[in-house]
Design a protein around this ligand. Structure first.
Ligand SMILES: *Cc1c(COP(=O)(O)O)cnc(C)c1O
Length: 402
C-alpha cells in the first residue's frame, strides 16, 4: 500500500509515511535491496533507451537515481515542502552542490554569513574564491549590513545558517528571502541546527535548504550524509549537476537516515525540552558567566526566534562561558565529565561536549576568535535524549571539580 502524502499532513505523520511503501519499480535490480545495485535492467533494451533519454521514468544507473535514495529524497522533500531533494555523501557535499546550483546562471558572487560552520568558511575561501566566486561576509542578523552588502555586491546567492555555531544566533530567513528575491539572488539556508521541526526554509521563501543529515535527521551518530531540498526552479539544475559530479549518498546510509528520520520529531522535541532545562540551570550556576541559547530571555534574536520557530522550541544546542576560565580549565572540566561524550559532531541521541577553540574555530587566530565572540572559555553542548537531570548531575559534578 502506498500512502498518499498531502501537503497539510503534519510533520510527525510525514516523518513515518512519506517515501515508504512505494509500489515496486518495474525495473529489476541486478543485485538485491537495500538497493546497492549500481545498475538496473529491463526486459528489453528499448525501455532502457527510453529511461536513458528521460522519456520514461525508471532507474538505470545509481549515480543518476537509486530506489533507496529516491525514497529518502521523497521523504526529505515532504518534510520541508520542497519540489525535490538530493541525498549527498556529506553535509559539505550538500553545501557545495547547493551553491553550484544556486550560482548556475547567476552572478558568481555570494553574500555569506560570517558565522558559518568552519568547513563551510573553508569551502568558500579555499575552493570557491580561487575559482572566481566573489564572497562578501556579513553579520547576517544585522539587516542594514546585509542590505548594504546586497546592494554593493549584487550577489547571485545569499548563504546563511538558520542557527549559527557556536553562539546560536538566529537568522531572519523570511527577511533574507525577501532581500534575495528583490536582488534576483538565490537564498541557500543550512538548516542543520534548526531541523525541519523548527524551520522549513522553503516555506519562508528560501530556494535551497541544506542539511548535514549526519546530525539530527539520522540522529544516531552512525551516518555521514547530507541533503539538499529545493524549489521547482532549481530541481533540474540540481539533478543534472548531481548526475555529472556524483555526490550521491550510499544506499545503506540512505536506509539508515530514513530509519532515523522516523523518530526525529520525537527525539528533537525531547532534545529541545532538555536543552531548555539545561540552559536555565547553567544560567544560574556560579561558575558560568554567560549562556548562549535562543530560548534565553536575553537572547539578541528573540524577536526572530518568536517569529520563525514554533513556541517552546529553541533547538538543542547550548553554549556557555566558564567564568574566568581558560583552555586548561575548560580541558579539566571536559575531562571530568562522565556521561557527556567528548566528541565532535552534534545532534546524536547522547549529549556531547565540544570546545570550539580546539575544533570548529581552531584555524582562526585567538584575536579573530575574540572578535567573533568566541572566547577560550566557551564550551558547546549538543543535548541528547537522556533524562535531563542525569545530564545536569554530570555537568554539576564536573563544574565542582574545577
Ligand atoms: C556538520 C555540519 C556541516 C557539515 O556536515 P558533514 O556531514 O560533516 O559534512 C555543515 N553545516 C553544519 C551546520 C554542520 O553542523
Amino acid at each position: 500500500m502506498e500512502t498518499e502524502i498531502t501537503q497539510s499532513m503534519k510533520l510527525q505523520t510525514k516523518a513515518v509515511h512519506a517515501g515508504d511503501r512505494r509500489k515496486p519499480s518495474p525495473a529489476t535490480p541486478s543485485t538485491t535491496p537495500i538497493y546497492t545495485a549500481s545498475s538496473f535492467f529491463y526486459d528489453d533494451v528499448e525501455t532502457l533507451d527510453r529511461v536513458f533519454s528521460d522519456e520514461e521514468q525508471g532507474y538505470c544507473y545509481s549515480r543518476y537515481d537509486n530506489p533507496t535514495n529516491s525514497a529518502l529524497e521523497e521523504l526529505l522533500a515532504a518534510l520541508e515542502s520542497g519540489a525535490g531533494a538530493l541525498a549527498t555523501s556529506s553535509g559539505m557535499s550538500a553545501i557545495h552542490v547547493a551553491l553550484l546550483s544556486a550560482l548556475t546562471d547567476r552572478r558568481r558572487s555570494i553574500v555569506a554569513s560570517s558565522a558559518l560552520y568552519g568547513a563551510t568558511i573553508r569551502l568558500l575561501m579555499n575552493i570557491l574564491e580561487p575559482s572566481g566566486v566573489d564572497v562578501r561576509w556579513v553579520d547576517i542578523t544585522n539587516r542594514a549590513e546585509v542590505e548594504n552588502a546586497v546592494r554593493e555586491a549584487n550577489p547571485g546567492c545569499i548563504l546563511t545558517e538558520t542557527i549559527s555555531n557556536p553562539l546560536l544566533r538566529v537568522a531572519p530567513i523570511d527577511e533574507l528571502a525577501g532581500l534575495a528575491r528583490q536582488a534576483g539572488a538565490a537564498l541557500v539556508v543550512d538548516n542543520t541546527f534548526a531541523t525541519p521541526l523548527m524551520c522549513r526554509p522553503l516555506e519562508l521563501g528560501a530556494h535551497l535548504s541544506v542539511h548535514s543529515v549526519t546530525k539530527y535527521l539520522a540522529g544516531h551518530g552512525d551516518v555521514l550524509g547530507g541533503a539538499i531540498i529545493c524549489d521547482a526552479s532549481h530541481l533540474s539544475t540540481l539533478r543534472t549537476l548531481a548526475k555529472t559530479s556524483g555526490p550521491n549518498l550510499g544506499p545503506f546510509e540512505s536506509y539508515l537516515t530514513m530509519r532515523g528520520i522516523k523518530t526525529f520529531p520525537l527525539r528533537m522535541e525531547r532534545q529541545c525540552a532538555n536543552a531548555a532545562h539545561i540552559a536555565s540551570w547553567l544560567a544560574s550556576h556560579p561558575k558560568v558567566s554567560a549562556v548562549y541559547f535562543p530560548g534565553a530571555p536575553n537572547h539578541p534574536d528573540s524577536a526572530t526566534t518568536a517569529r520563525l520557530f514554533p513556541s517552546g522550541l529553541f533547538g538543542a544546542m547550548v553554549s556557555f562561558d566558564l567564568k574566568d576560565g581558560d583552555r586548561n580549565e575548560v580541558f579539566r572540566f571536559i575531562n571530568a565529565l562522565k556521561l557527556i561524550v567528548r566528541a565532535t559532531s552534534l545532534g546524536d541521541v547522547h549529549t556531547m561536549v565540544l570546545y570550539p577553540a580546539m575544533s570548529s574555530h581552531r584555524d582562526i587566530s585567538p584575536a579573530q576568535r575574540r572578535r567573533l565572540g568566541i572566547g577560550d572559555n566557551l564550551v558547546r553542548l549538543s543535548i541528547g535524549i537522556e533524562d535531563h537531570e542525569d545530564v545536569i548531575a554530570d555537568l554539576d559534578e564536573a563544574l565542582s571539580a574545577i
